[in-house]
Every structure is written in C-alpha cells, then in structure tokens.
Design a binder for this molecule. Structure first.
Ligand code: NAI
Ligand code: MG
Length: 490
C-alpha cells in the first residue's frame, strides 16, 4: 500500500508556501516544476519566490517572535513540538510517500526519515523546559546569573537529501528555544517541508512562527540569508554555498551554523570483525544513493586484509541494484540529472587516470529510462591526493585505500579538508581510544557507523565540514544566546 501511495501522492497538486500561517503563492505567480527522479516526470509544482516573498515571511516571523511565542512558557512550546511529532506519526505514510516520490529515495528510507523526524520533535519537545542558565559566584554584594535567550528569527536553509530529517533537527531545536523560523527548502525537494509547516499549525504552533518560502537558492535563498531581520542562519549543504551564505549573513554580522558535508573515512584494522563491518561499510555509502553528508565514502584497510576485504566489497557491490523509489531496492535514482552528471564526471575522470573500477552494481532493467539512475561503483587503491579521494562526490561511489600501520591510517583519515564523521573497526580497546581521539571528525563511531538517526548525538564538522553543532542537547546552545544579568544589592 505504501508503494502504491508513493506512486500517486500529490499528483497534479500546486503546492503553496506557508507564510503567516496562510497558504501563499509567490507574488510573481512564478512556479517551479516538481520532478520525480524515478521517472523524470513533472508531477506537481511549488512557488518560485523572490525577495518580496522573503520579506513578507521575515516580517511575519519577526511579528510572531515579538508576539506570544518567545514569552510562552518553555513547557508549552515543548508541548507544541510534541504534538507536531504526534502529527508526523499520524501522517507517517503520506509523509514517507511524499519524501520518497520527491527525492527518489527508496520508500523504506522515506519511512526511516519520518521515524527520525518524529524523534526530533519528541526529543526537542521534551528538552524545551530542561535547559537553563547558571548562577555565578561574583563580587561581595552582587548576584550574577545567566539566561539562555532565543536569537529571534532563525533562517533555515535546507538541502534536498534528507529534507524531513534536516528540517526537524533545525525546527526542533530553534522552536524549543523560542525562536521563530523562516525555512527555505531546496528547490529540488520542498514538499515535505510545506506539509510539516501545515502540520505545525495543526499542532497549535501560532501563525507566523514557522514560515516556509520556496524558491531557487540564488534568489529566495540569497534573499533569506541577507535579510536584515534574520538573527541567525543555519545551513546544510555544499561548502561553496555555505561561503556565500556566510558572506551574506556577515553584512548584518549574524551568527551561523554550517554543516557542509564530508569525505568521511572508515578505518578497518586487520583484527576487525569483518562480518560485522561489511554490511555497515556498504550501507554507509549506498544509503540514499550516497547523497548523505555523513556518507562513508573512503574505506581505509590495513594491508594484511586489503585483498580479502576488497574482494568481499566487490562481491557486495556487484549485487547492488538501483531502481525506482517504490520498488524499494538497494538504492533509488539520484536527485537530478545534474547530480547524476556530477557523479559520472568524477568516475570518468578517475577512470581516465587509469584507475580500474573494481566492481559495479546495476540498474534494474525495469527502471524508466527517463530516471536519474546511477549504478554503484567501487574503486580500489585510490590516490589519496586525487579528486575522488578529496572531494564530496555525493553518489554511490566508494574508494578503498590500503594502509601500513596505525599512524598511516590516522594520517590518511585526516588527509582531506573535511572532518565530519569517521568509523574505526578494531577489537583492540586501546587503539579504539587512540584512533578515535586522533581523527579530526565531529562524530567518531567505533565498530559501528551511524549515518542518519541518532537525534540525541551532537553532530557537526571540523575544518571545511563546517562549524556549530546540531542535534542532541548541544543544538539548543547554538539556537540561543547567553544573557548575563548582574544585581548589585550591596
Ligand atoms: P547547495 O549547497 O547549493 O544547496 C543546498 C541549499 O542551499 C538549497 O536549499 C539551495 O536552494 C540553497 N542555496 C543555493 N545557493 C544559495 C545561495 N546563494 N544562497 C542561499 N541559499 C542557496 O547544493 P547543491 O548545488 O544542490 O548540490 C551540490 C553539492 O553540494 C552536492 O553534490 C553535494 O556534494 C553538496 N551537498 C551537500 C549536502 C550535505 O548534506 N552536506 C546537501 C546537499 C548538497
Ligand atoms: Mg523532486
């Protein structure tokens, strides 16, 4: 039944953005076609907003912040988020189908994203009234204390790979702290963001608190990040767009959280439990077609087991099949034709250097020719300085690197500009600790790899992977500012 719904959901619907609690078209009346990556066919449309629409949304968010929202008791804001979580659960099937059709992800991934979104609203609903300030020992005759205050209007610029999840981690933390929101979802995947804003109203979140402006990055997105009414910007996406957003926000000297992807390594030592590691290594690059900020795109293998593990991975890769979202195979299509061409270019460039493909998966013969499918590719003995080893491919392409010893493993792991996530596979307890500490990554998993989920776990990058932390309790600090109050009572 889920399969059927994801084939027909939202067919022909002209979606509206949500501003001040009302469905609104773009002032220009311009629209963007919504394409299903599984067949390349247009099935719906969204407004193509510009600066004037953004300005409306900002004014609504500002008014809602100055209104009851920021003064509402924290537990009541928490209840609003908890109710939103329950509505996500109630509408789970529709949301999963919508996400899956809009992005091409297999329907089970759409369902997993709904489950994670529910957890975010639940987690931040419960956390809203559990964050508090300090009292600080100070001079005789004084009392000093701190409050955690919301920034005001938070702008959230959301990518297309996990819209439901990334929106939930942004909105959950921002709203829990009493901020209001203007969200700009990606032009390639806006539908579930619109639905969540509609559900937020149903959950009792006041009009104007949760605004959604749809449109292209260069127009709507640029207008959002440069708007003088924005108090804080949070962004997940490419480093280049991150730089543009930070420059825009710098005009008004506003704070930012940047989650800019990765080139995350998994380090496999010769003593590792390979049976446990193998499916996790494959899933970390195949999940969502490799279009995951925390994708495990580099596997570093200790030399004594290199041939054996490379052969096992090659066997798994050869058995992988890409197909339509509703067929629920190993992976779906990529998000757009442009993204498919990006991935193709990386693979072609690597092949042109003489690097052989170790193994390639296949595209389901029944998949529509007009879909954006790309069969998974495995490369062995990749040059650590090559583009394939250094840049985020954002597709189902895995690179293997042999290493001699622990020191070389750490050096290779850190040998990119990114630093988001890492995996360490070994039974040696002391080495687990040493390597986990020496790898520069915001999250390190030992004998595990946690792509997605883990709403409780602080997440964010070192180096080019960005700054600031999302998820977990820690996100509540990014989404608020400390105010210090000092009383002189003599
Ligand atoms: P992008 O970073 O340009 O797009 C992400 C979001 O930023 C979208 O909502 C887009 O509309 C918005 N945006 C684009 N230009 C903007 C601007 N000037 N001002 C404000 N907002 C703007 O990513 P894109 O072009 O879709 O994908 C290219 C590559 O970026 C991918 O191949 C991948 O490597 C990386 N990426 C990483 C993501 C992650 O989760 N870390 C997510 C999406 C893309
Ligand atoms: Mg789409």
């Amino acid at each position: 039944m889920g399969t059927h719904l994801s084939r027909t959901v939202a067919e022909g619907r002209a979606f509206m953005q949500v501003i001040e609690g009302r469905p609104m078209d773009a002032l220009s009346g311009e629209r963007i076609d919504v394409v299903c990556p599984s067949d390349g066919r247009v099935f719906a449309s969204i407004p193509a907003s510009g600066a004037a629409d953004v300005d409306r949304a900002m004014r609504a968010a500002r008014a809602a912040f100055d209104g009851p929202w920021s003064r509402m008791p924290a537990f009541e804001r928490g209840r609003c988020l908890t109710r939103l979580g329950l509505l996500v659960e109630k509408n789970a099937e529709e949301l999963a189908a919508l996400e899956s059709r809009d992005t091409g992800k297999p329907i089970r991934q759409g369902k997993a994203d709904v489950a994670a979104a529910l957890r975010y609203y639940e987690f931040y609903g419960g956390a809203a009234d559990k964050i508090h300030g300090d009292t600080i020992p100070f001079l005789e005759g004084y009392t000093a204390l701190t409050l955690r205050e919301p920034h005001g209007v938070v702008a959230g610029i959301i990518p297309w790979n996990y819209p439901l999840q990334i929106l939930a981690r942004v909105a959950g933390a921002a709203l829990a702290m009493g901020n209001t929101l203007v969200v700009k979802p990606a032009e390639d995947a806006s539908l579930t963001t619109i639905r969540i804003a509609e559900l937020a109203l149903e959950a009792g979140i006041p009009a104007g608190v949760f605004n959604v402006v749809t449109g292209y990055g260069g127009t709507a997105g640029a207008a959002v990040s440069a708007h003088p009414m924005v108090d804080y910007v949070t962004f997940t996406g490419s480093p280049a767009t991150g730089t543009a957003i930070q420059q825009a926000a710098a005009i008004n000297n506003r704070g930012v959280t940047m989650e800019l992807g990765g080139k995350s390594p998994q380090i496999v030592f010769a003593d590792a439990d390979l049976d446990a590691a193998l499916p996790v290594l494959v899933n970390a690059i195949i999940q969502n077609g490799g279009q995951t900020c925390s994708a495990g795109s580099r596997v570093l293998i200790e030399k004594p087991i290199y041939e054996k593990l490379a052969a096992a991975l090659a066997e798994r890769f050869a058995a992988l099949t890409a197909g339509p979202h509703d067929a629920d195979l190993d992976l779906g299509p990529l998000i757009t034709l442009a993204q498919k061409q990006r991935v193709e270019a990386y693979v072609r460039a690597a092949e042109e250097t003489g690097l052989p493909v170790l193994s390639r998966g296949r595209i389901d013969p029944g998949a529509p020719q007009s879909g954006f499918y790309y069969a998974p590719v495995l490369f062995g003995e990749v040059d650590p300085d090559s583009a394939l080893a250094q840049e985020e491919v954002f597709g189902p392409v895995l690179s293997l690197f042999p290493f001699e010893d622990e020191a070389e493993a750490v050096r290779l792991a850190n040998h990119t500009e990114y630093g988001l996530v890492a995996g360490v596979w070994t039974r040696d307890g002391a080495r687990q600790h040493r390597v986990a500490k020496r790898v520069r990554a915001g999250q390190v998993y030992v004998n595990a790899y946690g792509a997605g989920g883990g709403v409780e776990l602080p997440f964010g990058g070192f180096k080019k992977s960005g700054h600031g932390r999302e998820k977990g309790f820690e996100a509540l600090f990014d989404m608020s500012a400390t105010k210090t109050i000092v009383f002189n009572h003599g």
